[in-house]
Design a protein around this ligand. Structure first.
Ligand code: C2O
Ligand code: CU
Length: 463
């Protein structure tokens, strides 16, 4: 234990977040752009028809009913939302992948207080990056996210190429029994392995939804994996699709979608060329399971627009700082399983087990008494994270508050992807470069929520 009390932690991060010295945070410091009316996000219990004909009880959403809204923001424009908590337990919102000031990051104890039942919290920030992101609570996450609190964020860039249509897919599972009601969210033996899978798949809370799109047109398909466990391997059935962005950031070069593997928390932006023939259907499939699963389909309507994937201008890169390789310091992170089962006392949804660790310290996260940070980074300096995964499972490792660049992998050549979540494979070693340009305490954890909540969580401190 560090002796850090909750109060000193909150004070330290509030002070850090007050010092916006950085270009991309300049608007957040309040210059010319007026603060917008906050969007109201009310965390509520509802019911939803997710499978069969019996509505599922105890579904959670933001709003009155149905899937949490897709939030639309604009790059470089202030955004504000008020979280109103109508749940019967505390909650918060984390803006996954958005580089927000630390005090807006939504992690209880580390950066903000609980938002208790009946209370509200005002979030306000200016997204510096365009792309596909998502939002979710950072409190009792296996339950709250598992029951529905996962929504997609689209940050628009007026300079983006023009598509003929856009479709947003929120991909996730539900752990329901045969009667359509929630069953135990996890099994300990699975938490110690790849995680406990849901029983019912969905896209936008539906089974295999179908959307119409102009024949021969180009569709921007924005896909977010908001499930707590499932790793997907994507393929486009019946048509052509190019990968244009991963985790919100444009890929250096468009490439055809062919079995791309992405984990919980990750996003994929595709340019889909619709078939010319009216009525023809293309579908996004996950082929990672025992048999391919169709996730959602697009049906061509009207006369062909005869567009060409090659006509698409590249997306504009996000303003993520490049590291200085000559001065970069290395930070070593080793993922592991823990042998001993340390009882964890997190009051924000402890699962009661400790199966995983980062650098041998198992920390369930979101506890009143955080462990020491993995490392203290100096504001503005370059770092290379040397991450190793000697475990037999893949882990989607997510860093809050800062984006990093994939520099090298033991698995072979990698494109220099800019991301917030890296799916590290068993036995892989990877080098991730980042400039520590956002002050505060930033969580780093596996996004398989059972791994996160049974020890595979820590944080980096930027001062
Ligand atoms: Cu998607 Cu700690 O977050
Ligand atoms: Cu993991």
């Amino acid at each position: 234990m560090t002796g850090l009390t909750r109060r000193t932690v909150l004070k330290a991060s509030a002070a850090a977040a007050g010092s916006f010295g950085l270009g991309w945070l300049a608007n957040a410091a309040g210059a010319a752009l007026a603060a917008p009316e906050p969007q109201i996000l009310t965390a509520t219990e509802t019911t939803a028809l997710l499978t069969g004909s019996t509505p599922t009880q105890k579904v959670l959403t933001y709003g009155d009913a149905g899937m949490p809204p897709v939030l639309r923001m604009s790059k470089g424009r202030p955004f504000a939302a008020r979280l109103v908590n109508k749940l019967d337990e505390p909650t918060t919102i984390h803006w996954h992948g958005l580089r927000v000031p630390n005090r807006m990051d939504g992690v209880p104890f580390l950066v903000q207080h609980y938002v208790y039942t009946g209370d509200h919290f005002d979030y306000a920030f200016t997204p510096p990056d365009a792309g596909t992101f998502w939002y979710h609570p950072h409190c009792n996450t296996l339950e709250q996210m598992g029951h529905g609190l996962t929504g997609v964020i689209v940050v628009e860039n007026p300079g983006d190429p023009v598509f003929d249509a856009e479709v947003v897919l929120n991909l996730r599972d539900w752990r329901l029994g045969g009667d359509g009601q929630f069953i135990a969210p996890f099994r300990p033996r699975d938490a110690a392995r790849g995680g406990t899978y849901g029983t019912v798949r969905s896209a936008n809370w539906q089974a295999e939804p179908r959307y119409d799109a102009p024949a021969g047109g180009l569709v921007r398909l924005r896909v977010a994996i908001t499930d707590v466990t499932r790793i997907y391997s994507f393929r486009m059935q019946g048509g052509q699709a190019s990968v244009i962005a991963i985790d919100g950031n444009p890929v250096p070069q468009h490439f055809p979608l062919d079995l791309l593997q992405l984990g919980p928390g990750q996003r994929l932006d595709l340019a889909v060329r619709m078939p010319d023939e009216e009525g023809a259907v293309v579908g996004l499939e996950d082929i990672r399971g025992t048999k391919p699963a169709m996730l959602a389909t697009l049906r061509a309507v009207g006369t062909s627009l005869k567009r060409d994937l090659g006509d698409l201008a590249p997306l504009e890169a996000n303003p993520v700082a490049k590291i200085d390789p000559t001065s970069a310091k290395h930070i070593r992170l080793v993922l592991s399983a823990t042998a001993e089962n340390v009882a964890s006392d997190s009051i924000c949804g402890s699962l009661g087990y400790s199966f995983w660790a980062i650098n041998k310290v198992p920390w369930p996260g979101d506890t009143p008494d955080p462990t020491a940070p993995l490392a203290e980074l100096k504001l503005g300096k370059s770092y290379i994270i040397d991450m190793e995964n000697p475990t037999p499972r893949a882990h989607p490792i997510h860093l809050h508050g800062m984006s990093f660049t994939v520099l090298a992998s033991s698995a072979g050549p990698v494109p220099p992807l800019v991301t917030d979540t890296y799916l590290i494979q068993p036995d892989e070693k990877v080098q991730l470069g980042l400039v520590a340009d956002n002050p505060g305490d930033w969580l780093l954890h596996c996004h398989i929520i059972e791994h996160q909540k049974t020890g595979m969580t820590s944080y980096l401190r930027v001062v």
